[in-house]
Design a protein around this ligand. Structure first.
Ligand code: 73E
Length: 812
């Protein structure tokens, strides 16, 4: 960048006209220019796609100036840079966010309408970039937004998956059916292809020892090619780069084979290489461990490390200075090979002494742990690692040996029982290790990394997750945003702690009425969408009770559906008891290979079918489960929610970030003391939070009683009856075997203590009902949730990382 760009002289030397404010007439001109010269259309023949692309390119033009300016300022200051390495970036749609950040929302609305298109329809034409599974990937996307907003010089590095997360339908009688997602079928208007930034990434082969260093001769190699997307921050003050790597074949198309008529052979090298960036693995906190996954991890990590070193070497000559210029964050263990790869580059390619290289690498690296679920802690067979990355395996063994030598009394190792433990590797190679909520960080210290924490006190720190208020309040809930601005004035979007200034207004009945009216309007919009999309009429005055997240047993969607069944029975037995009307809304996907999670999805759809057909309960209970939950659907659902279901088994949800989005948008939480729920409850106050269930340590205690589930079922008629209804085939057209796996698990092992927590959950739900009865007080509690949760801005989280982990000062 520095070398080539300075020579070719494209650096703007002064603030260009692109930074000046733009009105709708100028934007219109720019859209028309792009329609003509980029899309090759005139307005009369422009399709929705043409209009969306022309608008995208016109807005993208406005992002270039802050992007160049940020790059220039970073070079000029020789600033340290953050490199955020993540297998997932769940960014969703970009257009609306970018328009908002560069202050063009009104102008764009006006310009697009003036050209004869509906603005919302144009925005909705953009496919979601679903390059992530759930919370981990969405967190990375929120962090990109906050790093740009705060002026933290940063690059996001990941994989440009051709196919993001699969599309979900319930085509087979309510069972999840997966189909390929193809967001890249249309041109991706935001990215810039960078063929000059390409690296050869090798796999396999052999290692020749050569004194202190070694020469690795890979057997296969692919090309990693960079694709850059500018990420502009709030008010366009700064922009960073998301650099995603696409895999290509090194050897071009085999023309000789083609000419002989062997078309498959001709295309083979290309097809093979491309598989590496073809699909996102659809596993979130669940088991896998495929060779291709390891190759993906190495592919993007190695390309990123090479890019980082190239950039450093262009500015500096002494690699010992690396840690003062480079902070590399590993988003979970997926990029854990960054440690050995950096050591390999320093030793084998730059001749650095091994121990010095390990110290240097460690001083650059941070590791974020996102889960304690044993099945999600990555381990690779030693055999596989040695075969795919022979030099890295040697380096890992050496790191392991020297760590063991330095700490002879402790029994911790990276390689154990023929497996390489990536968590231990990441911990040992990082100078800071962080958990993602206060509770989770304590559990990290006390459980998985207890030994390592004793050896390296102070290495583990907490950085509680956050979410970007630009997307999750300003963009998703414009009505609430206007009320906030009207009440506390402008400028809260990048100073979210200012939401506390709302609190005095909550005492005012007029304010509460406005707050309630906004929620009601958001709910009417959602009800219209549900009716349009699913053909289900829901009562917009009912309580919208929402659980949206990946399907996993620990998240306990089955606890929710069991309570739904029990409630339905209770309403049927006593229809006139003045029930609080509810719409239960579910959303989420299951990993395609996760049988139990898919059984729960199927059950929910069948319970919905049966309950929604019951005319006696129709007015007070409806269950809806729109398929293909994604970022865009979350933006639609969260502002229209009254009740947020955060009901994981305590000790299992590392943090949660959906929970924060709900609170900020004025939903009350029913939840366990798990992850960031603990901090939400501390902030909003226990009287504004519906707590239930065992604590993390009580869960551990409970499991010591082998028949805890059977006892809980025996003690709870409601729970027993709900399980029996499922077993009797009430939701499976009389088929008594359909949910056998699920009910047997509940009656037997019930590791996630659904049964033991059921009564407590039921009681909390009835407290929710009672609270719903006083609508004005409900609104007061909801508004308090908004006012007191400004701390959950990802700006605050990033400030924490900058101070505690990256040791970097922002540039604005
Ligand atoms: O609690 C969430 C957390 O809020 C946690 O389950 C999730 O990360 C979020 C952000 O910190 C998470 N995802 C994964 N592990 N933890 C994961 C594991 C393997 C593959 C993909 C994702």
């Amino acid at each position: 960048e520095k070398g080539t760009s300075a020579q070719s002289g494209w650096y703007p030397t002064k603030i260009s006209k692109e930074t000046l404010p733009m009105d709708s007439t100028e934007l219109r001109q720019s859209i028309l220019k792009h329609l003509e010269f980029s899309m090759g259309k005139d307005l009369v023949h422009a399709s929705l796609y043409d209009m969306r692309m022309a608008l995208t390119l016109a807005v993208r033009d406005r992002v270039i100036e802050p992007w160049f300016r940020a790059t220039r300022a970073t070079y000029a200051a020789q600033s340290k840079r953050v490199y955020y390495l993540s297998m997932e970036f769940l960014i969703g749609r970009l257009l609306e966010d970018a328009i908002m950040n560069v202050g063009l929302t009104e102008a764009a609305h006006e310009a697009v309408a003036g050209l004869g298109f509906d603005f919302e329809t144009v925005l909705a034409d953009e496919p979601d970039a679903a390059l992530g599974n759930g919370g981990l990937g969405r967190l990375a996307a929120c962090f990109l937004d906050s790093m740009s907003t705060l002026g933290c010089p940063a690059y996001g590095y990941g994989i440009r998956y051709e196919h993001g997360l699969f599309r979900q339908s319930f085509a087979q009688d309510g069972r999840q059916v997966e189909t390929a997602e193809d967001w890249l079928r249309q041109a991706h208007g935001w990215e810039f292809e960078r063929p000059e930034a390409s690296f050869r990434i090798g796999f396999g082969g052999s290692v020749a020892e050569n004194g202190r260093t070694a020469i690795w001769t890979p057997e296969d190699a692919v090309l990693a090619k960079a694709y850059d997307t500018p990420i502009v921050g709030w008010q366009g003050k700064w922009a960073n780069t998301l650099r995603l790597w696409g895999a290509e074949a090194l050897t071009a198309f085999d023309l000789a084979a083609f000419n002989k008529g062997d078309f498959t052979a001709a295309a083979a090298p290309e097809a093979l290489a491309r598989t590496i960036s073809r699909v996102l693995y659809p596993d979130d906190t669940t088991e896998q461990g495929k060779e291709l996954r390891l190759k993906q991890e190495f592919f993007f990590t190695a390309a990123s490390i090479r890019d980082i070193l190239r950039r450093f070497n262009a500015e500096h000559s002494d690699l010992s200075g690396l840690p003062s210029r480079v902070a590399i964050q590993m988003n979970d263990t997926h990029p854990a090979i960054a440690g050995p790869e950096l050591v390999r580059a320093l030793v084998d390619e730059s001749g650095m002494e091994f121990d010095t290289a390990v110290e240097t690498a460690r001083a650059c690296l941070g590791y974020t742990n996102h889960t304690l679920m044993p099945e999600a802690l990555e381990r690779w067979p030693e055999e596989l690692m040695s075969r795919v990355l022979p030099r890295h395996m040697q380096i890992i063994e050496r790191i392991d040996e020297s760590h063991a030598k330095a700490h002879p009394k402790r029994n911790v190792s990276i390689v154990e029982n023929g497996e390489v433990k990536m968590g231990e590797l990441s911990f040992i190679m990082a100078n800071k290790v962080n958990g993602v909520s206060a509770l989770h960080t304590e559990l990290v210290k006390d459980t998985v990394f207890a030994e390592l924490n004793a050896l390296h006190p102070g290495r583990i720190v907490n950085e509680t997750n956050g979410v970007t208020p630009r997307r999750w309040i300003k963009g998703a809930n414009p009505r609430l945003s206007s009320l906030i601005t009207d009440t506390i004035g402008a400028g809260w979007e990048d100073r979210l702690e200012r939401l506390v200034e709302l609190e005095p207004a909550i005492a005012d009945k007029g304010f509460r009425n406005q707050f309630a009216e906004i929620k009601a309007r958001n709910k009417r919009d959602l009800a219209d969408w549900i009716e349009r999309d699913m053909g289900i009429a829901v009562n917009p005055a009912a309580m919208f009770d929402v659980q949206i997240k990946r399907f996993h047993e620990y998240k306990r969607q089955h606890l929710n559906i069991l309570e739904t069944i029990a409630l339905w029975q209770e309403i049927r037995a006593n229809p006139g008891a003045g029930w609080a009307p509810r719409v239960k809304i579910f959303g989420g996907k299951a990993a395609p290979g996760y049988v139990m999670a898919k059984e729960i999805i199927h059950l929910i759809n069948n319970v919905a079918r049966v309950i929604n057909a019951d005319t006696t309960t129709r007015d007070v209970l409806t269950v809806v489960y729109p398929p293909n939950y994604n970022v865009t659907m979350a933006e639609r659902l969260i502002p229209a929610s009254d009740l947020s279901e955060q009901i994981s088994t305590a000790g299992k949800e590392a943090s949660g970030t959906g929970n924060m989005k709900f609170s900020l948008n004025g939903a009350l939480t029913i939840g366990t003391l798990d992850g960031a729920n603990v901090e939400i409850r501390d902030l909003v106050g226990p009287e504004n939070f519906f707590l239930f269930g065992m604590t993390a340590s009580e869960v551990v205690e409970c499991r010591k009683t082998p028949d805890h589930a059977a006892r809980a079922i025996k003690a709870s008629n409601r729970l027993g009856a709900a399980i029996e209804m499922i077993e009797a085939g009430a939701f499976s057209n009389g088929d008594t075997e359909m949910y056998h796996g699920l009910t047997q698990n509940l009656r037997g092992h019930d590791y996630f203590t659904v049964c033991a927590d059921f009564d407590s959950y039921w009681d909390a739900q009835r407290r929710v009902d009672a609270a719903w009865g006083d609508q004005d007080n409900w609104t007061r509690m909801a508004a308090i949730n908004t006012a007191r949760t400004g701390w959950f801005s990802s700006d605050r989280t990033i400030q924490g990382y900058m101070a505690d982990v990256w040791k970097i000062t922002p540039m604005i």
